[in-house]
Design a protein around this ligand. Structure first.
Ligand code: SF4
Length: 617
């Protein structure tokens, strides 16, 4: 059990113990919540009334426990109904798009435009106060939040190759949604559920405080706070107990939510990624490998998706090597398999995908060679963020929006190095300065939304290099940025490479224009295969594969140059042509091209998969 799992278990146990009291309220020897005792009004804690008596002499402890029942019923009820409705709307809108998206997703956004309290007031005014109405009002409020979360996650998951593969096999869309997309979006859904429950408890108390929620004399924390406010001068403790209960519950839920996020992220990878396969194969220890390995040697790495109609290959026998200090660009169109190769190397493949063949030999900082394709999740975790780091395209989505940049950086350092806090703080400022964030002493206190897009990407890079990784995988790190910032980030990465001569970098991109500026070598991927490899100078001077040539022709060199596009599209997984996969789009295709079988090494050491390279390039 990891530290995050232990922490989550502990907090869940605390929550369960606390929740057990309101659930068991009917059988607990509690005093009546409505019995009035005028002589005992405002009496403080006593042996009979542990938390004292309220303005009508009722027992405060009983009302706190029964009030928790009302809060929990409203919060969990509304969170559950909203989760069901929002998930269905988000799934349908995100998967089918078009009219379904307008009806299911855009229409719910109208609710977001309305002030939440006003909307709840409207529903309650029409239907009357009470627990049922509260649940209904809060459900309406929460549905758009779930819809947006599920919609975004569905869009992301739906664009992955394994969903495309299932579509290509004719799997029914509802089956894909239920069996493939839903399990993959479950983690953000679970986190949203915890946040919604906390929000539900607060809203229930707020509305009850305004006299629009639970109807007296039934107890509720909101009603108790309202009554205690009026009697603050006489008995301040009356305000303390329900306020403590409310704040404590919301804090507890937020802590659980935080721990859940920590636990769920690696588990997602574990279920579908390299570790999943390791468990299936019963492999738990790294296998000993030869000692003459470069920094990274990927050999015959294949990734596949399992569907009910069989296994479909997404990448096929991918291979390349990376030396210390070298930058290799992994280039190709969307769907070529370059990102999947990066995820397979880091054990972060999504659910349903698995490595079916090959190895990824990596030399860690101690000189030990590990086969990354055979590591368990527990073995992988210490490597990530330490020996191996990744920079993703969308820094906004990769940085935690509720934590300061400096704290996130400090966490990455503290996770792998036991250092005094003061030393970590100094390192954080140094790192931010190193990646070019101005005024790092101040900016480390900024939240991600307070930084520009370029600064967020710099902060992401700072996190990636915080522990001086040996291998940095940058997955389209400049795609979402404008050209000026793009150039700055490329210069920054190049500079970092110069500072750390032992670090190897895999730069994943679809843009050959940036390759020239950053890479030493290039591996061009097409339809899940590497089709050409060579040095940047060789590839740009004379490509040995028509696909590489076509990619180069599509790079703008000057405003007057007419750009060429590559006709057709990348074939779908499971529908690959025999032999050369580029043949349907290649103007040089001939019968012999059906016999292409992998890369051939040319006299100058370059490698190409084109069987006709001598005549067509
Ligand atoms: S093998 Fe044939 S189809 Fe494939 S790239 Fe070369 S010429 Fe074109």
């Amino acid at each position: 059990m990891t530290r995050a799992q232990r922490s989550l278990t502990l907090w869940l146990a605390v929550a369960l113990i606390l929740v057990a009291f309101p659930i068991a309220a009917p059988i607990l020897p509690l005093q009546s919540t409505v019995a009035i005792d005028i002589p005992g009004r405002f009496d403080g804690p006593s042996a009979e009334h542990w938390l004292g008596q309220d303005e009508l002499g009722r027992d405060v402890l009983s009302r706190i426990i029964w009030g928790a029942r009302a809060s929990l019923i409203v919060a969990f009820g509304s969170a559950f109904f909203a989760a069901v409705i929002g998930t269905i709307l988000g799934l349908v809108g995100g998967y089918f798009r078009g009219l379904a998206e307008i009806l299911a997703v855009r229409s719910t956004e109208i609710i977001i435009c309305l002030p939440p309290l006003l909307l709840a007031l409207l529903v309650i005014t029409i239907l009357g106060a009470g627990i049922d109405t509260l649940i209904m009002a809060l459900t309406i409020l929460f549905v758009p939040k779930y819809t947006r979360v599920v919609y975004a996650a569905t869009l992301q998951t739906g664009a992955l190759d394994f969903v495309t593969a299932q579509e290509s096999m004719g799997t029914h869309p509802m089956r894909i949604l239920a069996r493939t997309v839903l399990p993959n979006i479950f983690p953000p859904l679970l986190v949203q559920f915890s946040l919604t429950v906390a929000s539900g408890i607060l809203l229930e108390s707020g509305l009850s405080f305004l006299g629009l929620g639970v109807v007296p004399p039934a107890p509720s924390w909101g009603l108790m706070i309202r009554a205690a406010r009026a009697a603050l001068d006489v008995q301040p403790l009356l305000l303390l107990w329900p306020s403590l209960a409310l704040a404590g519950t919301v804090l507890l839920l937020n802590v659980i939510c935080d721990r859940l996020q920590e636990v769920i992220t690696p588990r997602t990878a574990e279920r579908g990624g390299a570790a999943w396969l390791r468990r299936q194969l019963g492999l738990t220890k790294p296998e000993p490998v030869a000692d003459d390995t470069p920094l990274l040697a990927i050999r015959d790495l294949s990734v596949a998706v399992s569907t009910e109609r069989g296994t479909i290959g997404l990448t096929d026998t991918v291979g390349f090597t990376l030396k210390p200090g070298e930058t290799m660009a992994l280039v190709g169109e969307s769907g070529s398999g370059k990102t999947l190769t990066g995820l397979a190397t880091t054990g972060l493949l999504p659910n349903a995908l698995k490595i079916t063949n090959g190895s990824a030999l990596f030399r860690d900082c101690s000189g030990t060679v590990l086969d990354l394709a055979k590591l368990t999740e527990d073995q992988f975790r210490p490597l990530r963020g330490n020996d191996i780091s990744m920079v993703f395209q969308d820094a906004s989505a990769s940085l935690n929006p509720v934590h300061r940049i400096g704290d996130q950086l400090a966490e990455v350092i503290a996770e792998h190095r036991k250092l005094p806090r003061a030393e970590i703080d100094t390192l954080v400022v140094d790192l931010l300065r190193r990646v070019g964030i101005p005024d790092p002493e101040q900016r480390r206190r900024a939240y991600p939304f307070e930084l520009s897009g370029g600064q967020r990407q710099r902060a992401m890079i700072a996190m990636a290099i915080a522990n001086s990784p040996r291998l940095l995988i940058a997955d389209e790190p400049t795609t979402a940025l404008d050209p000026t910032i793009q150039a700055q980030i490329l210069r920054l990465l190049d500079g970092l490479k110069d500072e750390n001569r032992d670090m190897g970098m895999i730069f994943v991109t679809h843009n050959l224009a940036v390759v020239k500026e950053i890479a030493d070598t290039v591996s061009v991927m097409y339809a899940g295969e590497v089709v050409e490899q060579g040095s940047v100078a060789e590839i740009f001077e004379r490509p040995r594969h028509p696909y590489t040539a076509a990619l180069l022709a599509s790079v703008p060199e000057s405003e007057s140059t007419r750009l060429e596009s590559i006709p057709g599209t990348v074939p779908r997984a499971g529908e690959m042509p025999e032999g050369c996969r580029f043949a349907p789009r290649c103007k040089h295709a001939a019968d012999i091209c059906a016999s292409v079988d992998g890369l051939q090494t040319l006299a100058d050491g370059r490698r190409t998969a084109c069987i006709r390279w001598e005549t067509v390039t």
